[in-house]
Ligand binder design. Structure first.
Ligand code: AMP
Ligand code: ZN
Length: 490
């Protein structure tokens, strides 16, 4: 297997040659969602970024074990220090596991819609309480944690002095951090405001709790990822990913936990995906500055003038490099829609291209440029730009301005299959009109929309409402906008 892959390692701040710990095998862990609400498009961006990374590693021939957790306990709200899932369960008068189930299903559905592959293992925090208690014990035994009123805290200052620099991933300095921290509720239990909980004693109103040697309580959020990553990938593994916002404190704490419990740096390559913004600000659940996938796929939102399909949204996301910020806007989505369609049409038309005795295109060089883009820290925007060189050539052959041989036609087809579908995970579309239920369906709905418009023009409200309501029963929602009526699935 040829491997020229370079990965930007957040730990060193450099692009490094990718050399897995066990040749030919890759262990990859990505922080999953906290399932207390619907995932927003920002979350989806991060998971698409790592889906492409997973896909490319597999495409190169690595045997990849991809672990992505579900956080179903232990993630506290910054202000109230209440568990996010417990809080939602309390507010909605539901069992915490009902909340977890509802939003885990939503998460899976959304990722399937955007064509993500499932990870190999998807462990939950609540399924690993015993392991979390064990790791807490190990850190206590090594002397880098202490008990305080039934809770166990990691001693950041002692770690920083005796083991390794706390802040080496995020580039922070512990002394400055301490100087800048204001005292928060409950921190009087800690020796230092930067110390973080490995185990928390549950307050009386806290619903999710488990017995432990120290108290009835629950594990800290940072601990679950250390436990689940090392359980399935080993004490030291190749790639750990997540959104940029998890670098500190979450991932910094994971390093400290691994260094003390197992005496090794847990991760060889730390990878961080950049944020999706809306109106120039980070998309985020807590600030309300977000769009849900359902809202964009149905067009049911106040920000965009129409619906955009999951395929277009995926293409839009991949047109930016995963380490760059990306702002969601109507213009960008429209451009992505056009680009995606143009690429799909070109791929579909390869089969019917007229063949000649020679080819006016350096297929080998072009293929090389596709590998080079991805080998350069998974540069999907360059890959897409290079794929469009192929699209341009196909269109030239179509209009008989260039020639291609039968063999090169096959090669071109295979390369598009590989890079557009397998690596980028773009949705395959049958635009031929043959065997295409979607196109027939689309025409039937358009016919009903026309009939409804006719009824409305004749002020036959009974009929126009009937068409809209009956379609709604089958899950087809009509939306009247300034450019006419569109439909989407509920
Ligand atoms: P959470 O459920 O909040 O733990 O987030 C799940 C994942 O989504 C994490 O890797 C976050 O870093 C990531 N994430 C959160 N907000 C955004 C955003 N606006 N853009 C990209 N990724 C995000
Ligand atoms: Zn995590």
């Amino acid at each position: 297997m040829k491997n020229n892959l370079k990965i930007y390692n957040s730990l060193t701040g450099k692009k490094e040659k990718f050399e897995p710990i066990v040749p030919g095998h890759v262990g990859m862990y990505v922080c999953g969602p906290t399932v207390y609400s619907n995932v927003h498009l920002g979350n989806v961006r991060t998971f698409i970024s790592f889906d492409v990374i997973y896909r490319y590693l597999k495409f190169l021939g690595f045997k990849v074990r991809y672990v992505r957790n579900i956080t179903d306990a232990g993630h506290l709200e910054d202000d109230s220090q209440e568990d996010k899932i417990s809080k939602k369960a309390r507010l909605e008068k539901l069992e915490p596991m009902e909340i977890v189930q509802q939003y885990t299903i939503d998460f899976h559905k959304v990722l399937e819609l955007v064509n993500n592959l499932p990870p190999n293992i998807e462990p939950t925090a609540t399924g690993h309480i015993i392991e979390q208690i064990e790791m807490t014990k190990e850190i206590l035994d090594k002397g880098y944690a202490y008990e305080s009123n039934g809770s166990i805290y990691f001693d950041v200052v002692k770690y920083n002095k005796e083991v390794d620099k706390y802040g080496k991933l995020s580039g922070r300095n512990i002394e400055e951090m301490i100087a800048n921290t204001r005292e928060l509720d409950g921190q009087d239990e800690k020796r230092n405001p930067q110390d973080f909980a490995l185990w928390k004693k549950a307050k009386p109103q806290h619903i999710m709790r488990w017995p432990s040697p120290w108290s009835n309580g629950f594990p800290g959020w940072h601990l679950e990822c250390s436990v689940m990553s090392t359980k399935y990938l080993g004490e030291q593994f190749d790639i750990h990913g997540g959104g940029m916002d998890l670098k500190f404190p979450h991932h910094e704490c994971e390093i400290a936990q691994g260094r003390t419990a197992n005496d090794v740096d847990p991760v060889k390559y730390w990878m961080h995906a950049n944020m999706l913004t809306l109106n120039g600000k980070k998309m985020s659940k807590s600030t309300g500055n977000h769009l849900l996938p359902r809202e964009i796929f149905s067009g049911d939102n106040k920000i965009l003038s129409k619906a955009y399909s999951p395929a277009v949204v995926r293409f839009f996301m991949l047109q930016a490099h995963y380490r760059n910020m990306l702002d969601l806007s109507e213009e960008a989505l429209q451009a992505a829609e056009k680009g995606y369609k143009r690429m799909m049409e070109a791929i579909q038309s390869i089969e019917n291209l007229p063949v000649s005795e020679s080819t006016d295109f350096d297929v080998a060089q072009w293929e090389k440029s596709l590998y080079e883009a991805m080998n350069d820290d998974f540069n999907t925007p360059i890959l897409i730009a290079n794929l469009f060189e192929g699209v341009k050539f196909i269109n030239q052959v179509k209009s008989e301005k260039a020639k291609i041989t039968e063999a090169d036609k096959k090669r071109l087809q295979k390369i598009f299959e590989d890079f557009a579908y397998e690596v980028l995970g773009l949705h395959k579309q049958d635009l031929s009109g043959k065997n295409n239920d979607n196109q027939t369906f689309d025409k039937v709905i358009q016919l009903l929309i026309d009939l409804r418009n006719q009824a409305r023009a004749e002020k036959n409200w009974a009929l126009s409402d009937k068409i809209r309501d009956e379609l709604a029963k089958y899950g087809v929602q009509l939306k009247d906008g300034k450019d006419g009526t569109t439909y989407s699935f509920q």
